[in-house]
Design a protein around this ligand. Sequence first.
Ligand code: ZN
Length: 457
Amino acid sequence: MTSAPASTFTLHADHALLPSGWARKVRITVAQGRIAAVDAGHAAAHGDIATDVLVPGLPNLHSHAFQRGMAGLTEIGGGQGDSFWSWRELMYRFLATLRPEAMEAIAAQAFMEMLETGSTRVGEFHYLHHDADGAPYVQRAQMCERLAAAAAQTGIGLTLLPVFYAHADFGGAPPNPAQRRLIHDVEGFARLLEGARAALAPLPDAVLGIAPHSLRAVTGQELAALLPLNDGPVHIHIAEQVREVESCVAWSGLRPVQWLYEHVAVDARWCLVHATHIDQAERARMVASGAVAGLCPITEANLGDGLFPMQAFAREGGRFGVGSDSNVLIDAAQELRLLEYGQRLTLRGRNVLAPDATRSSGRFLFEGALNGGAQALGVAAGLQVGASADLLELDAGHPAMLGRQGDALLDSWVFAARNGALRTVWRHGQCWVSEGRHIQRDTITARFAQALHGLLA
Ligand code: ZN
């Protein structure tokens, strides 16, 4: 199923967050899924769709959609060494049996939840490529096709990031059997990309990137061969775990981010996901390169990864965005809230990220994640002519939003609202979420239930 062409219509917002800041009484005309005109200071014309507060949809720059199906299944106490690595064991067991139909059903559920909670585009860091025995599917990019179908059904914007994965550890260690569904050589990966391109063709504004999984899974030689295969975004898991940093140093004498910058020309195409453990010099190189730090506060908290040095990075002008990663909980506002709260708890202060009084914490977090996320996913950001009409309507009558104006609207959404403050979501000019519910929710959830029953019974 693909989205029908959007008609031309005009929204009128009491408050709208434009690239230049907050504006009142704004008419936004949408044509062919894109913003065709933005006019502030006008009364609604006959036929305009009246809205309270319009802000751009947020990009979710890092997701492994299928992991939504195992959310909440790894929270059992008592394991002395319970860590990221024990979580990964369960994840491998889960993916060993996942079929293409289940992949599509789980991804649709995850993408629907993203739309209902404020994310209008997802960066799908997709590594489950092959059949259960590790052989490529006859249609090599079948799993990419399933993700594209889930995006079409839910309406979410898709930046697909097929993952290159070849090794179990630094230095080109052979992969282990649990990784058999992930593995490619460079030539096979190039063919996968061709299939991925074809899978994305029916979507209105999909973007193709590539994702060398991590320095554990890719050698320097492979990395050099991969980069010319595609022009779009490049994402990598980089320094999520202390053990990963120690292993990298033992192997190469360099920390992961340091190794990357020594060996590759990292630029604004790049998104460094979980650059959690970086020193001052690595941080300076990230900022100078214009690469985006891909932060996943809820998952990083869930996995006990540690805290990214966000205040210093932000003060130095570093670019960032947020992602739902393991999808243990999907909610864009909660990602932003936890990003701020992690820093408040460790720095023992309030409003520790917003640089000055011109922007509140909520506005700083929202705009940072909007601009950095859009860069990382290869699209234009914000309510401006030419950008995709990806819009969120916040409900000014929600108890947490009453009487708010300007930045206080975003602060109240991020820090004070529970469900319900987000009322309507337009994605590429179509209304997909109305009164907080995705228009296909019943169908999508029924299919998700069926898939999980098959997987967990
Ligand atoms: Zn990840």
